[in-house]
Design a binder for this molecule. Structure first.
Ligand code: PHE
Length: 352
């Protein structure tokens, strides 16, 4: 754990043990050069505290790059609530309220919204004590609600950039797109893709989602074991991270990877592995900013829904710039995106 923290290039980490629930709260502030550290609150149980801290550090860094590459005035941060395996859900509201107090105590150092394992309903509870630092409360409580649809809209625009780059045409007509995860982002993305004429396949581990998408919407279901072996034009990961790794990449049968999940690469070498296989990778932090951008814009910058859509659609230009930089410089797309972001984050030419 010491090594982990020493090697991290972020600003600070706050760790609190919440005795009544047995949960650990970790808030990682990565880089505030461009603005207030802002990121989701992820709630789940990890194998141990170190794994939870590691995830928080990596996710916070991802947020810094996310805002920087899009030139959006916010800083990178993320919270993880590592709950015990046998967590008693009845303790959830009180835990969330204590978490809200902690965020409030920080006095604006960190602002947060939902992430894996938390929802706008949870944000309502956190805001009882954490106001005014909480995004995505439900509309009934004065918030802008779920960020999933806006994230999906950004990913959709990113996929347009991918098609333009690969096929010289920003059209999804008849393109075979495999979406991993039909949840809050994947589910909305699927709707947008179908509307644009794509042939959509999906995979999910949740029975209810499978029933909805396969039986009610008539989409082709791909068994989770077959996800990396299924031929398609674009693979869109919209579930958990770490799925692009040295085992899965050699199996991929797609031309591009472009999806909404955070931290899709298990390690940075995986970007080079994809590049080596000539698979066009849309860096996750560049393509998935839509939710955070739209919500922050609507809740703090007075954006209308139209203005939010217009700004989120800039994901398309951002990705085009990344793809062009990669091509011109002969570097992989992740390296190209980091180069653009690092200049803004560290004020130099891509060196840390
Ligand atoms: N889960 C969002 C993300 O990773 C976090 C977020 C949502 C932050 C809404 C701010 C507002 O981008």
């Amino acid at each position: 754990m010491e090594e982990l923290l020493k090697q991290w290039d972020g600003e600070e980490v706050i760790i609190r043990y919440d005795k009544p629930s047995g949960a650990w709260i970790i808030i990682a502030i990565h880089n505030t050069r461009l603005g207030t550290a802002t990121g989701g609150t992820r709630m789940k149980s990890y194998s141990d505290l170190k794994a939870a801290v590691q995830d928080a550090l990596k996710l916070a860094e991802g947020m810094s790059f996310k805002y920087a590459v899009a030139n959006f005035p916010r800083g990178g941060g993320k919270a993880v609530i590592h709950v015990p395996n046998d967590f008693d859900e009845q303790k959830r509201p009180e835990l969330l309220k204590r978490y809200g107090s902690l965020v409030c105590q920080l006095g604006g150092l960190f602002e947060t919204g939902p992430d894996v394992g938390t929802s706008p309903d949870d944000m309502d509870i956190i805001a009882e004590t954490g106001d005014p630092y909480i995004f995505c409360r439900t509309p009934a409580k004065g918030g802008a609600g779920d960020s999933g649809p806006a994230t999906a809209f950004g990913v959709y625009n990113g996929i347009l950039a991918v098609c333009e780059h690969l096929f010289d045409q920003a059209s999804l007509e008849k393109k075979r797109i495999l979406v991993q995860g039909g949840g809050s982002v994947g589910g909305h993305l699927i709707d947008l893709l179908i509307e644009a004429g794509a042939t959509v396949m999906f995979s999910d581990i949740d029975d209810q989602t499978v029933r909805l998408l396969r039986d009610k919407k008539g989409l082709t279901f791909i068994h989770p074991d077959k996800i990396f072996d299924t031929p398609c034009d674009i693979f869109a990961p919209c579930a958990l991270g770490g799925i692009l790794n040295k085992n899965s990449i050699p199996r991929l049968k797609c031309l591009a990877v472009a999806g909404g999940a955070n931290n899709q690469l298990a390690e940075s070498a995986d970007a080079e592995r994809l590049w080596g296989r000539q698979i066009l990778y849309a860096p996750d932090y560049a393509i998935n900013i839509g939710g955070a951008m739209a919500i922050i814009g609507i809740e703090t910058m007075g954006w209308s829904k139209q203005k939010a859509d217009k700004n989120v659609s800039s994901v398309r230009q951002t990705l085009t710039q990344i793809f062009e930089t990669a091509k011109a410089e002969g570097i992989n797309t992740d390296a190209a995106a980091r180069r653009i972001a690092r200049k803004r984050l560290f004020g130099n030419h891509g060196e840390k």
